[in-house]
Design a protein around this ligand. Structure first.
Ligand SMILES: Nc1ncnc2c1ncn2[C@@H]1O[C@H](COP(=O)(O)OP(=O)(O)OP(=O)(O)O)[C@@H](O)[C@H]1O
Length: 256
């Protein structure tokens, strides 16, 4: 059964006089993997930051698990929402194990429980705990650091995980590897709701069970990838899909 867990109702967000989100409404259901696709500055990050209460809307309403976000304790809410960003921000003077354990420690888990959880999470993101737990971030590649970022976001078993262009700085092969991983992790964790922001159409269509295409703070289409490809709802979506075909033409040109 579908259960709405993130609902935006006529949400508006301004920065000063600049209305970046004029009127945004959508629903995400429990356990879904949603990608938000759009070009730079269209409001993807702003939308994500309103989901976890970092930004407040200027009008409209946001509901998380049917409760108004304005009625929730935002510190508690953020504990139920993992957050993974491009500049992952691991603490350089802490080991990988300590980095993953930051929130569990804050919540005063006992050390045995923390050690077990760190081991479990490193295995989940395919980093051998024996090899990596005691290393420092600078001793890991960019892709490995992103894996640690994912492990850290999952540390206290949050119901939601928000991703803001987490693989943007990685090379193409590492990126594809991590995309497959994140899809596998979502499937293996069962009922967690993932929202993943990207400006890469291939990434959005590969990862998202539904893809929200945004343009200038508005939703152009919010549908399953196959539906978007078969029936682009607006000229903008059509144009986006056209960029993939253009890339393919470029390849053809090189293969001539
Ligand atoms: N703190 C802020 N103060 C003023 N304007 C802001 C602020 N944060 C974002 N904006 C503006 O809001 C608009 C949307 O920004 P946002 O970061 O949500 O875009 P985005 O789609 O995530 O872009 P990108 O892919 O480049 O990260 C932009 O025009 C941006 O300049």
């Amino acid at each position: 059964m579908t259960k709405p867990v993130i609902q935006f109702k006529n949400v508006q967000k301004k920065f000063g006089k600049n209305i970046v989100i004029p009127d945004l409404s959508f629903t995400v259901n429990q356990g879904e993997f949603i990608t938000i696709l759009g070009s730079s500055g269209c409001g993807k990050t702003t939308t994500l930051k309103m989901v976890n209460g970092l930004w407040q809307p200027d009008a409209g309403e946001i509901l998380i698990a049917s409760q108004k976000i304005s009625d929730l304790d935002l510190v508690k809410l953020r504990r139920h929402m993992g957050y993974v960003v491009q500049q992952i921000g691991l603490f350089p003077h802490m080991t990988i194990a300590e980095n993953i354990a930051v929130v569990p420690k804050m919540l005063q888990w006992d050390q045995k429980q923390i050690d077990a959880r760190v081991g479990e999470l490193l295995n989940l993101v395919q980093l051998d705990p024996k090899q990596y737990a005691q290393r420092y971030p600078s001793q890991l590649s960019g892709g490995q650091q992103q894996r640690v970022g994912v492990a850290r976001a999952l540390a206290v078993n949050p119901a939601y995980v928000l991703f803001d262009e987490p693989f943007g700085a990685l090379d193409a092969l590492t990126r594809i590897e991590l995309q497959k991983e994140i899809k596998r992790i979502h499937a293996s964790l069962g009922n967690k709701t993932f929202m993943f922001v990207t400006h890469d159409i291939n990434e959005a269509l590969f990862l998202g069970q539904r893809v929200m295409v945004m343009h200038k703070g508005r939703i152009e289409q919010f549908a399953e990838p196959a539906e978007i490809v078969a029936h682009p709802a607006t000229p903008f979506v059509k144009e986006l899909l056209g960029t993939v075909q253009q890339n393919q033409k470029l390849w053809g040109h090189y293969n001539d």
